[in-house]
Design a protein around this ligand. Sequence first.
Ligand code: C2O
Ligand code: CU
Ligand code: CU
Length: 487
Amino acid sequence: MDRYNRRKFLSYSLKGAAGLAAISLVPVGVNKIFNNNGMMNGNDSSGVVFSGGTPLPIPPLLKNTSSVPRRAEFQLSAGMGKTEFIEGKETDTYGYNGNYLGPVIRVRKGDEVSIKVENNLNEETTVHWHGLEVDGENDGGPHSRIMPGETWNPKFTITQPASTLWFHPHLLHKTGEQVYKGLAGLFYVDDDVSDNLNLPNEYGVNDIPLVIQDKKLDANGRFEYRLGMHDVMMGLQGGTILVNGAVNPYLKVPRGKMRFRLLNGSNARIYELLFSNNQNFYQVASDGGLLEQPVEMTKLVLSPGERAEIIVDFSMFKDGDSVELTNQGTEFMKFMVTGKKQEDFNIPNQLSKIERIDSSKAVKTRKFIFQGMGSNVNINGKQMDMDRMDEYLTLNTTEIWEISNESTGMMGGMAHPFHAHGIQFQILDRDGKQPPANESGWKDTILVYPGEKVRAIATFKYTGIFMYHCHILEHEDAGMMGQFKVE
Ligand code: C2O
Ligand code: CU
Ligand code: CU
């Protein structure tokens, strides 16, 4: 057993008693059964040697090249590179403005934004702004293809509240591969509300992005996008978890409160995140922005595409202590507490005000049924066809979307993370019951468990063609996607 596997073994066997305590503390109804997760050391031979880890890489903030106030201009370039996930072992990767992943784009509510996206790959791509409320032309879905050597220049105004969004390619049948190779980045929106909260907000200092992804690394530290039978069914899952592109990273933290912005940027893996000491933390934001109230929890479930901002308090530790972030007991990131004291933040009881969308205003309830397995995955019995418009909506109307997961069956079925473009929803109910507190804010990606029915409401304020799909990228690429037109 190499060191990596030994660590896994250890943490699994230690899980028992402590793990149970954690589960009973979880205040939200997230302890569901689903069958998505492959074994952490499944069918890949990750020869990862844990050598004390590397410092957590912090993606750079992308420079705004505009000098005009309230206007923001950015340059993004998708290109090829090489990355050493394991020291001395290089693999081919993709990245935006770099070898792997991309910079963080940071804008303010009200900004007029222009982004020049250059394609330096030797294949087509698109760049989609996941969670951003913009019209279909600027959304970057599969219709907005950028040929190699060409530049696409979307322009839009930011109208939504402070939030942690992200961007990634969306080429038809190729989203999984291009994201897997490294194309993804974060997109932050700030506003007056987020500025004036007494929460850590110094980028890279006490406000830290954590892009969580899993890879199937071979013994040479390489990865390739090749789908076996199992991957077609479950989506591609690997035995090595990366944070911001690093294997087993560590971050030095002061004895105080830190803010982490988590993105599940994985192709298919659903994480159940806990600290190794089962300590509590507070979720303050979901996909589309701040929650109204902080939600105390010990376990966070994050499915592909989802984001969460959490506040973690390290003040009860001593200088030199450390604590790990784990996925179902497997440690993948270490926080090393230093003696440094920092400014004390009090998490406010009221983070934001979210106006509830009145369900009596809904002009329609639209049904989306997720079905099928493997290459047959579909929505409402149909697989993605660019030449077919699946749903027509009227601009500025409110609708209830009812998403049912009927892919139950033999092995207990799979959970599917539902996502729609250009829109933020409020979840009305899960199987008729109120959603858990950490899902009471804005959501653009909603995990729907096997046999479950979720109702979500939204007002459609932008015209154009948009996608809805499963955010397990192999399901999306296999056709578990459709398009809707707002006019
Ligand atoms: Cu995050 Cu249609 O995608
Ligand atoms: Cu999206
Ligand atoms: Cu799916």
